[in-house]
Structures are given as structure tokens and as C-alpha cells.
Design a protein around this ligand. Sequence first.
Ligand code: PEP
Ligand code: MG
Length: 753
Amino acid sequence: MLEVLRRVIQEVNGARNLDAALATMVRRIRKAMHTDVCSFYLYDGETQELVLMETIGLHSQAVGHVSLRVGEGLVGLVAEREEPLNLEDAPAHPRFRYFEATGEERYSSFLGVPIIHQRRMLGVLVVQQAEKRRYDEEDEAFLITMGAQLAGVLAHALATGSLSRPALPGGQALFTGVAASPGMAIGEVVVVAPLSDLNSVPDLIPTDVEYEIVRLKEAIERVREEIRAAGERLASRISAQELALFEVYQQMLSEAALSQEVEKRIREGQWAPGALADVVRRHVQYLERVDDDYLRERAADVRDLGRRVLAHLQEETPQIPHVFPESTILVGDEISVATLGEVPRERLAGLVSVRGSSTSHVAIVARAMGVPTVLGMVDLPLPRLSGAEVVLDGHRGRLFVRPSDELKTRYQSLIAEEAALVEVLEHEQDLPSETPDGHVMPLMVNTGLAIDTSVSLKKRISGVGLYRTEVPFMIAERFPGEQEQARLYRDQLESFAPLPVVMRTLDIGGDKDLPYFPIDEANPFLGWRGIRVTLDHPEVLMVQLRAMLRASQGLDNLQILLPMVTNVDEVDDALRMLDRAIRELGEEGIVTPRPRVGVMLEVPATLYQLDALAERVDFFSVGSNDLTQYLLAVDRNNPRVASLYDACHPAVLCAMARLAEDSKRLKKPICVCGEMAGDPAGALLLMGMGFDSLSMNAPSLPRVRAAIRRVSLDAAKTLVHETLALNTPGAVRSHLFARLGEWQLAHLLPPRD
Ligand code: PEP
Ligand code: MG
């Protein structure tokens, strides 16, 4: 059964459109379960009816014509209860209803399962049998599994509007994801295609058909050559039978086979990589469907050959273009910080990716750059988006493809309103960050990107609360050397001197990969991250500490921050290395004072070891992003659980309040440098709790400053008191929204529907 399941799932996922997926599915299910009928009913949210969309066994004329309300008949009962219904004698059930058009009176047995995607009911999958049959537990489990699989395919089809009812009027399609960086934009999609991935090659109309054919032939020839060479290399080591496979590959690539088909597709109006992907996909689907083990195995070969040819075709077509549209919306499966840096800032209007979530590091960088971003758009049909006009809403996590004129006009005016607000807030940016009752709340910035340092910024802040050193490491091609790092750090320290700059030691791992130092783990956020990596690689940490110290010579505004600390020992080890670095540099004639050292409070264990940590370091900085993910056990990078990730969860707020209190008792300054500090409501809460400073992305400063200048410390303390009494994240958010509304500050919060 497992093998059948796997194959059906492969076929359904590989189907070119929803109709094909549904048709395949019902046929395969009927065959696998040896039953008479398999049907699928789609739930239409607008009419609240279940419509027969596909069947094998019932009258095909009934498709699209038979519909029933939720609760009506057995299918309606499955939808109403959202649970499977298994009946040996269906007509005897009090809710049985007969629909003449389907011809279903002949069927005695019934098994129906609901299709649910992210808690939303999408339809019902049914099998029926003429003679009485008790579907067994395995049948039920099989159908439930199929239903769960179909749920993903359906959700995607609904989102893209590829079901017969368009998702929105006017052919507009709407995709939703996780709001990751605020702002809105109208622009043109540029797809970043991962190399050698046949499923994400964009569709493009060729400008020169003959050229596409020539480069296709060249790429195929190069793969043939590679295979011939590999065959020769292996000739003495593998059996004649295995060697014959190389001959098969050669034949597959020969003029008569693959190449001709791809050429035909190019002439029909598709560029070479797109035509290759189409043809390979079609062959793979066909081969995977046949009931012959040998041929099924060949599917993998065809896919592999396709990838090889694609890799050669992509050698000359860059992963992203050199010329970008004026208003580029960069869209990809996974967009790295490095890719982001390749688009000229003035052309980058927005960012969308299939993976990631609101506190993924690419989101943090996007916020620092002020680029509207939506991540975790799991349903995005990447290849079909290239060149499309879109409206991106980074506040609500939405992407409208082919927007209607009406929608575009609405967004143009929302964008203008937002720009006007930024201009108004700009007027008070040189004023102190001080409450009406005279409490000064120091605001700092998080940096890591070269563009962060600007002259006007320096006058408005109390320093850099977090310099993420890993960002320059991520866009390099190898570990930068001591001199190279020292130059980078000197730039940072000089730009902000005499203000303090808190430099964090390398915090890689989790979702921050270095291309030249890959860390491949099942649970990267619980794995080798931050100080765990650098203590295991003292040579890397030592070079970094020396570079920081060297850079701070004569400026003395350096402070060092240790990320991902779990144990007190780790701090001791890092401090020993720091002292050694100071000593060694001294011996080389470079004398530097010992900088102040702080620990990031982001692993929940540190909450309970604050006294011991306070004995060792000079200050604390709360990484609320990680503290939230670890307290709530929610991967900050996983869009599936994004709705559970909330820094305003009562448990997180309670932990934060306690950290502020304990630090006061221990007389250690404490800052918050996670994203919570850059949210006006979050910032007011943190001020009320007693944090000494807040560090945020520069674009968040105006809103936070405006909030602080309008709310007294007393009012913020009351807000904390009221909020800590609430039990759910929803109640906390509503309360914050209501209070900010009363204080006439709702416009500082992200817009809501
Ligand atoms: C945090 O965890 O809150 C933090 C500031 O660090 P990062 O987001 O880089 O993990
Ligand atoms: Mg962190």
C-alpha cells in the first residue's frame, strides 16, 4: 500500500494542472482500493455548498451539477463533522440522500473523508461500493492520507485561481504568506531560479529561437561527452550490464529522442531551459506512472540527465539577470542575504519567497533595508510568475498577481499615505527619545549592512546595540582574514564613535549559512549555532576577537556580545580567549583596553542563571527573536507554524519582565535587540518593564520614537501591568491595539483589515 501511496502522491504533485491531478487521483484510488466509485466534492466557501468536481464510477454528466449543502446527505455530514464516515449500509443511514443525477442508488457502502488544509475545510473525498462492504482500517487510513495530500494541491489551486472559479474577480490571483517586512509596492517579478532545479525554471518566450536551439544542442553535446568520459573511467570497475546503462543514457540524449522534442517545444515559443524542463517533466511523469519497475527506475535517469543539461544551459544564463526592472519584486524559493545584495537598492521594491518566516534572517536584513517582504508563500507557482505585474503588501503578507486597475489604484493611494506618514515622523527624528514625563529611553540601531551607517543616523541614536558580524561573513567567499575584518570593524567603530558599538561574535548556524562552511543538520536551530561553533573553532573566534580589538585602537567604543550562550562555562571560555587576544596583541605592540563584554539572553536556560552570568559580564542583551522561538518551541523559520510565533505571547512577556527586574537587582544594564524592540507597542511594553535601552533596525526608529514621545513612563508601566494579566497572545494584541488607539497612536502600528 505504501508503494501505491508514494506513486499516487508523486503523480498528483507532478500533474500540470488541478483537473489532471484530480482525474489521476480518483482513478488511482479506485484501482488501489478495488472499489466501484471514487469521487471528489469541492467545498465552495461563497455558496457554502459541496460540488461534485470529479468522479470515476458515478455518471460523469453529474460533475459540476450535483451540489449539496454542508450537513446535507452523507457527503454533507462528513463536511459538517470534519471526520471520516464509514458505512456498510449507507442507504440505511438517516442522513442518506439520493441524488438521481449521480446514479448512486446502486451503491451500498460508503467511506468519506474530509479534506482539510490548515484547519480550513476544502472538500470531501468519497469511495463507494455496490455490494455491502465494510471498508477496513487500512482503507480508511489510505483515504485519509490521500485526502491530506490532496489538501495541499487544492489549497494551491485555490490560491492561484486555477480552479474553475477564479480566486478573485478579473483574473487576479492572490497568494498569502507571512508578513516579514512592512511596506507596500507595485512592481514586476524577477524570479531567482535555483540552479539545476527543473521545477523552478521560469517560462520565457525566446527572443531568438535559433539561438536557443543551438545552445540546447551544445549543452546536450557536453552532457554526452561527460557521460562518455564517465563510462570510460568506470569501464574496468563495473559490470557489463551496468556499463550498458551509459549506452542507454547516450540514446536518451541522442538526436532522435529528447533533443528533438525539446527543439519542437522551443519552436512553440519557450526558451531552452523552459522547454527542457517541460519535456523532462512529461517523460518523468509518464515513466513514474507505468506498472514496470525497470521503466519507473528510468524516470530518475531522465530527471538526472535533464538536470545535467539544465546546468550547462544555466552556465551562461545567470541565476538572476544583470538588468533589473525599475521596480523589481524579487521572487524565489529561498532568497539568501547574498542574493539580496545583488540587486541595486534603488530598483529593489519588494521581496517574496516560498520559504522563511518573519524572523528569518533574510527578513531581518530586508527590514533593515526597508524592503517590503513576504516570506513563507508556500503555494507560489514560481515558474509562472516571471515578468508578471504584482502588488506586494508586506503588512498583511499578500501578493496580488495581475492586479486589477481598481486594486492598483487603491494600493497607489495607500503607498502615498504611508510615504506622507514617514515624512511627518521625519520632522521629530532629531528630538530626544523622551517620554512626556521626562524619562529618557535610549534608542540604538542594529547594523550589519554597509548601508546602515549614515551621518544623519548618528545624531539620532545612542549607539549600535547589535552589529551582526555574520552578515559580512555571509556575503564573502571564504572566512575573511584578520586584516580584512579589522578594516570592516574599524569602519563601523569610526562611523559611530564616540557612541558605543556592540559587536556580536559570529552567530552562524540556524538559518545563517556560510556558503564556504555549510552546516547540515536535522534541527539547525537546536544545533551547532553561535558560540557553540566559535568555541569549537577557536582559530575563527581568535581571529575575530583580534580583528575587533585591533579595529578599536584609539577609539575605545567597542563592546563585545556573545550569542547563543547556554552555559556559564561558555562565557568563561570566551573570556579566556579574549584575554589571550589582548595579551598577544600587546606583545605585538598593539595595546587595547579590555572592552565591556555582554551576553545575549536568548536561550531560556540563561533566565535561570542570571546571577552567575552577572558575575562574569558587564551587560545583557535580550535576543527576543530566539527567546521567543525557544520558549514557544516554534521554529522562527518555518511558515507552517508562523501563526504560533508571537513575541507578545504571555509567556514571553512574563520572561522579559522578569529579566528586566532581575537585571535591575543585579545592577547590570540590559538592552533588547530583537525585533520586538522595533515594534512601537513592543517598545512601550519594554520601556514599562524597565529595560535600559532598545536596539532596532534603523527604519523602525521613527515609529518607536514617536510612540515614546507620546506615552508617559507611568502609562507604559500600567500597560505592562494590564498586559501581564492576560492569558492569550490574541488578548494581548487586542489590548495593545485598543490602548494605542486611545492614545491616538494606531497609525504607528501595521495596518489591519
Ligand atoms: C535575537 O535572537 O533576537 C537576535 C537579536 O539575534 P538574531 O536575530 O540575529 O538571532
Ligand atoms: Mg539570536
